[in-house]
Ligand binder design. Structure first.
Ligand code: XMP
Length: 513
């Protein structure tokens, strides 16, 4: 992808690195994350950034094995902003002093002494968010202190000769109310960027690139689930090569209420060359008697591969696989970032066996979810797809605790539909990240009329999140929860209790399995 102006974020493993990248893009400047161990000066020069941001990170700069940055990047003349660990690293590498201090966590008042550039337009005192144990206690020669807090005397500095800045606090989190202004000062006043980045503007370029890659006689396979990522991918590829794109929709029997019909109709309306595989029976047969979450995921993943192999064999000249991989997936899977521990073996429909030797097309691999939504809108995808909540590849199987069977499937499918309907009715559906029902094997004794009745427990889970890496449960008004509960127990056979899941991620995860 050719980008006119970009800011590079060098990642030292900080939990907010993605957030920094998103904030920069929010300010209409394209940003890319590069892990510190791949940020050699040649790579950075090739990327030709207008600015560089050094992220936070969990280590201590003064330890010999802590991540450092190629010293040569300081001589490129490109403006640099260090945040938290990045701030300490600049101080340390230029000869300042960083020590383990008593640390500062949470809200702090920043006293600002210099408002020439980074802090232009701010008040003398501003609220900022701190999260550090180490502190800079001496700035390097030629550096000047710009701000402090009660606990941290050197909360911001700048070099008096080079365009290099450090801030100990986190401007990217919402708890720093003027954080976006500080970042925008860095981008527009210091780096002289222009706020021109808009994901949808890149659509013609994305289409052109697909055209160039796929030869005129080659075909592309794309697994579509009806989610925004895979549908946008398929539409982009279709715009580039027409019916040489074969879209495959597999109904594994674990989809939401009305979903197969909706997806097939929508994709056909969008003009895609679609193969609809009804594989319900084979998936459900394979899942019989299996209750271990990872085992269920493995079975579904393998069966997907088998179904795709069968379809692929019948497509002549198939050379490519198009996947709706998005930026966080790329970073998380360690393909450009330092990989993190896998909590669940997530799979996306489309993981095909290597033996098929298909080349990968991933036109959305540099975009965040909200940017994909913008692209989708600009391609004319309907709102029902654009605003759809993410839905896991293994479908309702990860929302059924224990064995998947017809009865639990019916309960989870109907109850989820009620949750979605009530949120839509209340105008809340678009405001939350995901909302669904879960069912397990535990039973609750109920009373129906004068009869004792033992029924299932349905757990309602409604979360807000930015990128699913962390999430919080949504404080839904009681009257809506009440309506959801009443409808579930009255409309569904064999449900005698509805509960609401009130644990954030971490320590929990969003899906139960
Ligand atoms: P967890 O449960 O790990 O989920 O907090 C984080 C996000 O990922 C979705 N999810 C999946 N998505 N394939 C997917 O494409 C999967 O196997 C999968 N498992 C979980 C989940 O819905 C949430 O948005």
């Amino acid at each position: 992808m050719k980008i006119k102006e970009l800011v590079v974020i060098i990642d030292f493993g900080g939990q907010y690195t993605h957030l920094i990248a998103r904030r920069v893009r929010q300010l209409n400047v394209y940003s890319e994350i590069v892990p510190y161990d791949r940020a050699d000066v040649e790579t950075i020069k090739r990327m030709n950034p207008k600015g560089i941001i050094l992220s936070g990170g969990p280590r201590s700069v003064y330890l010999s094995n802590s991540p450092k940055v190629d010293r040569c990047i300081f001589s490129l003349g490109v403006p640099i902003l260090g945040i938290c660990y990045g701030h300490q690293l600049i101080a340390y590498m230029f000869g300042g002093k960083v020590i383990k201090s008593k640390g500062e966590y949470g809200r702090a008042i920043l006293k600002i002494y210099d408002k020439d550039d980074l802090f232009q337009g701010l008040d003398d005192r501003e609220v900022v968010w701190m999260s550090h144990r180490d502190s800079v206690i001496e700035v390097p020669k030629g550096f000047k202190v710009l701000a402090s807090t009660e606990v941290t005397p050197i909360a911001a500095f700048k070099s008096e000769v080079l365009p290099i800045y450090g801030i100990q606090f986190h401007p990217e989190v919402i708890h720093t109310p003027k954080g976006l202004r500080i970042l925008s000062n860095f981008l527009f006043k210091v780096c002289k960027c222009k706020p021109t980045w808009k994901p949808a503007d890149l659509v013609p370029q994305l289409i052109e690139e697909i055209k160039k890659k796929v030869k005129p006689d080659e075909r592309v396979l794309c697994a579509v689930s009806g989610g925004v990522d895979s549908t946008t991918t398929a539409v982009l590829v279709h715009k580039a090569i027409g019916d040489r794109l074969v879209a495959v929709f597999v109904d594994h029997g674990l989809l939401r209420k009305g979903e197969p019909e909706f997806v097939v109709n929508t994709l056909r309306r969008l003009g895609l060359n679609l193969i609809h595989v009804d594989a319900r029976k084979r998936f459900l047969d394979k899942l019989k008697g299996v209750s271990d979450p990872e085992e269920k995921r493995k079975i579904i993943g393998n069966e997907f591969i088998r179904v795709f192999e069968e379809v692929a064999k019948k497509i002549p000249n198939l050379r490519w696989l198009a996947q709706g991989t998005i930026y966080p997936d790329v970073i998380e899977s360690g393909r450009i970032g330092a990989g993190s521990a896998r909590i669940k073996s997530h799979h996306n429909v489309g993981g095909l066996p290597k033996s098929m030797k298909l080349k990968l097309l991933e036109p959305l691999r540099y975009f965040y979810k909200d940017e994909v939504r913008e692209i989708a809108r600009s391609l004319g995808l309907p709102d029902e797809i654009v605003k759809r909540h993410p839905f896991p590849g293994p479908g309702l199987a990860v929302r059924i605790i224990g064995e998947v069977n017809e009865e639990k499937l019916r309960i989870v499918r109907e109850a989820s539909a009620i949750v979605e309907e009530e949120l839509k009715e209340a105008g809340l559906y678009d405001k939350v990240w995901q909302a669904f029902a879960v069912v397990g094997d535990d039973k609750w004794v109920g009373v129906v009329g004068d009869e004792r009745k033992v029924g299932y427990i349905v757990i309602v889970r409604i979360v807000e999140s930015i990128d699913a890496m962390t999430a919080d449960w949504v404080r839904i008004p009681y009257n809506i929860l009440d309506k959801i509960s009443r409808r579930i127990t009255s409309e569904l056979e064999n449900v005698t209790m509805v509960t609401y899941a009130i644990t954030s991620k971490p320590p929990s995860t969003i899906e139960p399995c």
